[in-house]
Structure formats: C-alpha cells, structure tokens
Ligand binder design. Structure first.
Ligand code: PHE
Length: 351
C-alpha cells in the first residue's frame, strides 16, 4: 500500500480544519473545533491512533506528516484563542466597562499608633544613655505595687493611686492583687532579681479607677526608669533627665526640678520643661505658668533598697516615671487623652 492517499487525506484534513477555524467567531465555536480535531476522539487523534496498523516505513512517513499537521493545528488554535481574548477585551473597553485610564484604588497603609511611636522614642533616648528596656506584668501584687514601695496598707499615700482591685480574697480577707497603678512595681521586681549596677527603663500600661476626662484615662502608659549603683547622686539624675529633655524636646528647652512627694523616693522631685508653645511666657497649654510638668522622679528611698536586700549604706540610685501620652500631647498639641484610646482613624492617620 502506498502512503500517498493517506498523506493526501491528512492535507485535506488540515485544509478543512484551518478553514473551519478561521470561520469560528467565538470562544465556544473555537472550543468545539478543538474537540472535533484535537480532542480525545478528534479527527486528527484518530489518524494518529490508526498509525499502529501500518507497516513500519509507512508509519514513519505518515506519522511525521500527522505530527506536523498536529503542531500546525495547535499553533493555530493558540493564535485563535489569543485573538478572541483580545477581541473580547477590546469589546469590553469599547463598551466603556473597563476604563484602563482610571487611577488604581489606593491600598490602605497601616502605621504605628502614636503611643507606640512616643514610647519607642522615649526608650530610645534612654537606651542611648546605656539603659536597658524591660517589661513586666499589668496584673500585680499589692506587695509590689505598694508595700515594697514604702506604701503600707492603710497609708494615706495610697489615695494617690485609685486602684482597680482583682476580686480575689486571700486567707486574711484581703485582696492581694490589682491592676498596677504605675510601673514602679517593676523597680522592686528588677532589684529582687539582679544586683547593682542597675540601669533600666520599663514601658508599660497602667490602670487607675478614675473618672475619664480630657487629661485622665483609666488606662494609660508609663515609662519607669531606675538606676542604682555605688555612688549615684542627685546630680546624676539631673544630668540624665536633662539629656532626655534635650533629646525629646530640643536643646532650647529649659528644665526645672521642684520638690514633690512619692513614698518610694527621698528626696522626691517633679521635673518640668519651659513651655515650648509660648517659650515660658504663659499660655493655654501651660495654664499660664510658663512651665509644663513632665515627670516624677527622685532618689530611691533607702527603705526600698533595704527591702530588696540592697545595702543602702553602699548603694544609691534614682528613679523616675513619666507619661508617654502626656508627652505626645505636648509634642503634637493634642488636647484630649481619650483620643489615644478611641481608635478614630482620622486622629490616628495624622501620625
Ligand atoms: N510612680 C509614680 C506615679 O505614678 C511616678 C514616679 C516614679 C515618681 C518614680 C518618682 C519615681 O505617679
């Protein structure tokens, strides 16, 4: 048997297929064409399957021809599909359903909360002076939050910290746990677990049972600081806190210390900077005084040192506590602390 008729019928098959394909106007008709010629039971597939019954040399010649036809049909199919897809896109664009000139939708970008930003800035200032950053629990023992800070039970100084108590009573009928009212209990935890020299800052959340208004929140942040070593003086404290004020508020600011009372420091002080809004002239922000209080501080009370087993005749130290939200309010002119906790994106988006 000669292979000529077989080859000729393949050529006819090819011509018919190409002609039908060029007359296929849609994705559907192209798909039908694919099934008819190249599908599992398609014309060409049947020819290829039938090769097995031919003599070897016939099979080689017809097989090669059939494969050429197959390659050509597949290539034409790909081109036809491509053409239909681009025609469809074109039609969509023509109908105005897809305006490729429209600007894209903006992707909303997150950012750090202003409190996080200021806490990091404050910590970085102290880290640059050799302090380490440590964190501690928000649920505390009365012992750490008060007693070991020289604030015994029933001492009137407890009124300085309105407390959320945890509703659990011990065998003495007392409530031993609370939400920490300040970060100062970490002074005790740190000194209990290390020996001098100590140089740490402790950022963290605190809670007070307080009516909320523009300058008071029942939850807020503090950053505590503690430095204890052989020979630390009040001058070291002033130098450290001056440098902090310079880093955060710039070298033009003047700094003032005045006496203040906290049971765990002696002497105790409050530190103020001159008002950056009015340069100390007196304005709404500084309530006419020209000064803005930014933290409490003092020399660690020897009774606190003795309580954690430090030899107070050898070691001295200073401690300080500041309110990051308050500092952020001063820096950015924010007039209501509640904004930090209300998750209003119009507010948060400004930082
Ligand atoms: N813990 C004090 C407060 O919350 C602040 C403070 C810390 C004062 C350390 C002196 C030393 O008010």
């Amino acid at each position: 048997m000669t292979v000529d008729p077989l080859i000729r019928s393949l050529e006819e098959l090819q011509a018919r297929a190409l002609q039908e394909l060029s007359a296929s106007p849609s994705a559907d008709s192209v798909e039908r064409w694919r099934v008819a010629y190249l599908g599992r039971k398609g014309h060409l597939t049947l020819v290829l399957r039938g090769l097995g019954s031919l003599a070897p040399e016939e099979r080689r010649a017809v097989g090669a021809a059939a494969n050429r036809v197959k390659a050509l049909l597949e290539e034409s199919l790909a081109r036809a599909e491509e053409a239909i897809k681009s025609a469809e896109l074109h039609a969509l664009a023509e109908q105005g359903r897809l305006d490729v000139t429209l600007p894209g939708r903006p992707v909303p970008l997150g950012r750090l909360h202003p409190t996080t930003q200021i806490v990091r800035e404050i910590c970085a200032a102290f880290v640059s002076m050799g302090f380490q950053v440590v964190e501690g629990p928000e649920v505390e023992w009365d012992r750490y939050n008060f007693e070991m800070l020289n604030i015994p039970k029933d001492h009137p100084a407890r009124d300085m910290w309105d407390t959320f108590w945890i509703d659990r009573v011990d065998e003495h009928g007392e409530r031993p746990m609370l939400l920490r009212t300040h970060t100062s209990p970490m002074q005790i935890r740190i000194m209990e677990s290390t020996r001098p020299p100590v140089r740490v800052v402790v950022p963290g959340k605190c809670y007070r049972y307080e009516a909320t208004d523009a300058t008071h929140e029942s939850q807020f942040y503090q950053v505590e600081g503690l430095a204890v070593d052989d020979g630390i003086t009040f001058a070291d404290m002033k130098g450290t806190l001056y440098e902090f004020a310079r880093l955060l508020f710039g070298s033009e600011r003047r700094v003032r210390f005045r006496c203040d009372y906290f049971p765990f420091v002696e002497p105790g002080a409050e530190m103020s900077i001159d008002c950056f809004a009015c340069n100390g002239q007196g304005c709404r922000i500084c309530k006419g005084t020209g000064w803005i209080e930014i933290m409490g501080a003092g020399m660690v009370n020897p009774r606190v040192l003795e309580g954690v087993g430090y030899d107070s005749s050898k070691y001295t130290g200073f401690a300080f506590g500041l309110g990051p939200e308050r500092i952020a309010m001063l820096k950015h002119g924010i007039d209501d602390i509640r904004l930090f906790y209300s998750n209003d994106l119009r507010f948060l988006g400004q930082f």
